[in-house]
Design a binder for this molecule. Structure first.
Ligand code: ZN
Length: 65
């Protein structure tokens, strides 16, 4: 039996990678907040990029006619 198989089922904090009970996603409230912060920023970046592409499309459309 390998070392890995003897370890009881567990998950890892998706922010810092610390071992946590199975089914959990974060090791602490701090990591949960950090994750929310990163996700908000990623969403914001996504919308800025989408907005830029739409604006570019409109500009090209207006110039093309
Ligand atoms: Zn953590």
């Amino acid at each position: 039996m390998s070392e890995r198989e003897r370890v009881p089922p567990h998950s890892h904090c998706i922010v810092c990678g610390a071992a946590i009970p199975e089914g959990e996603r974060f090791c602490s409230e701090r990591c949960r907040r950090e994750y929310e912060r990163r996700r908000r920023r990623a969403t914001l970046t996504h919308w800025i990029l989408a907005g830029g592409l739409i604006a570019l499309g409109i500009v090209l459309m207006l110039r093309g006619v």
